[in-house]
Structure formats: C-alpha cells, structure tokens
Design a protein around this ligand. Structure first.
Ligand code: B12
Length: 156
C-alpha cells in the first residue's frame, strides 16, 4: 500500500473523459485519465469510439461536473455537432472541454478554438497540451483551491 497526497478540494469531483465518434486513438486519454486521477479527480473514462449519448448518460449517472472530449482523427467538428444541445436537454450543468487534433491537417488553431467555443465548449486544447494545463483549468473553472493545508493522504 502506498500513500498519495492529493488536494482535498478535487476529491469527489467527477469528470467524464472519452474519445468521441469513430476515433480509436487511446493513448492521449489514458495519459489524461492517470493525470486527473493523480490530481484527485474521480474519472469516468468512457474509452474510445464514444457517442454523444454515452457522454451525456455518464455525466447524468455520475453527477459529473465536467465533460472532457478528446478527438484526434480530424472529425471533431462533425462528431461534436449537437453535443451541447443534448447536454442542455438533459439538464446538465457541466464544464465542457475538447482537445486533441481537432481539425484535418495544419490548421489555424485560433480559428479552430473559435469554432469549438462557438459550439459551446468552455475550453479548447490543441494536441500539444500537457495534462497539467487541463488540471489547472479545471481547478479554476470548478473553483477549486489546492493550498497545501487542503491536501489529504490517500491509501492506494
Ligand atoms: C498512434 C496513432 C494511431 C494509431 C492509434 C492506436 C491507438 N489505439 O491509440 C492507429 C495506427 C490505429 C491510428 C489510426 C488512425 N490515425 Co492516427 N495517429 C497516431 C499518432 C502517430 C500518435 C497518437 C498518439 O498516441 N499520441 C500520443 C498521445 C500521448 O498524445 P495525444 O494523442 O496527442 O494526446 C495528448 C494531447 O493531444 C492532449 N489531448 C488529447 N485529447 C484531449 C482532450 C482534452 C479535453 C484535453 C484537455 C487534452 C487532450 O492530451 C493528451 C495527453 O498529453 C498520431 C500522430 C501524432 N504524432 O500525434 C496519428 C494521427 C492522430 N492519426 C491520424 C490519422 C489520420 C489516423 C487515421 C484516420 C488513419 C487512416 N487513414 O486510417 C486512423 C484513424 C483510426 C480511428 N478510427 O481512429 C492523423 C490525424 C490527422 C488530423 N487530425 O488531421 C495523425 C495526427 C497523424 C498525421 N499527422 O496525419 N493512429
């Protein structure tokens, strides 16, 4: 058994993570899952080839506070079309992030960010994103603080 120190503030905060559409790239979300778990979040990893309905159902079932969508194969816009309407129809109040290789080829990322923000995503990340950036953003967006006095030792 090992002891792990995690911020008390992230404990019990559930995030849904998955690769949307027909996309089968699994390495990025596996790394993200480990990083988020190590930071203290409860992570529900839907894996690859996840449908919009699966994201919404998992967020509902687990009372999640954030939905993190990954897409690597260049079809994110089509795969994410309508996701926020479904989230809204389900009555969910969640922070939504999308990240990865979101467009085909060498695109202008500012344009890509604008496109996905217009679709309703709170934050848009490119494929150079380090997991620590997503964690820092979640801590800000979920208004979590992680001062040293708020850490807790967990047996794993
Ligand atoms: C390995 C790989 C494959 C493997 C996947 C194996 C597997 N089971 O995972 C195989 C060979 C199966 C494959 C298939 C295909 N691939 Co491929 N693949 C790659 C490759 C070489 C590496 C991906 C990887 O694992 N990176 C390592 C991880 C750690 O990094 P990452 O995935 O980028 O994830 C990080 C960040 O992106 C970010 N991130 C990712 N998602 C999210 C989400 C959020 C919310 C946040 C905050 C951050 C975040 O954080 C992650 C951790 O740091 C990339 C090229 C590249 N160098 O990226 C091409 C690449 C992604 N593939 C590509 C393509 C085109 C395909 C295919 C369509 C090819 C084909 N014609 O069949 C198919 C699609 C199959 C499918 N249904 O998905 C293209 C996509 C092009 C585009 N978007 O414009 C790429 C970029 C190659 C290229 N330069 O053309 N691929």
């Amino acid at each position: 058994m090992t002891d792990t120190i995690v911020p008390r503030s992230t404990m019990g905060r559930t995030v849904i993570l998955g690769v949307i559409g027909s996309d089968a790239h699994v390495v990025g979300i596996t790394i993200l899952e480990h990083a988020l778990s190590a930071a203290g979040f409860d992570v529900v990893n839907l894996g690859v080839k996840s449908s919009q309905d699966e994201f919404v159902a998992a967020a509902t079932e687990h009372e999640a506070e954030a939905v993190l969508v990954s897409s690597m194969y260049g079809h994110a816009r089509q795969d994410c079309e309508g996701l926020h309407e479904r989230i809204s129809d389900a009555g969910l109040d969640v922070v939504t992030y999308v990240g990865g290789n979101l467009a085909v080829g060498q695109d202008d990322f500012d344009q890509t960010r604008a496109t996905f923000e217009a679709m309703g995503f709170d934050r848009v990340f490119d494929a150079e994103t380090d997991p620590s950036e997503a964690i820092a953003a979640l801590e800000r967006d979920l208004q979590l603080t992680s001062g040293e006095s708020e850490t807790v030792r967990v047996n794993t």
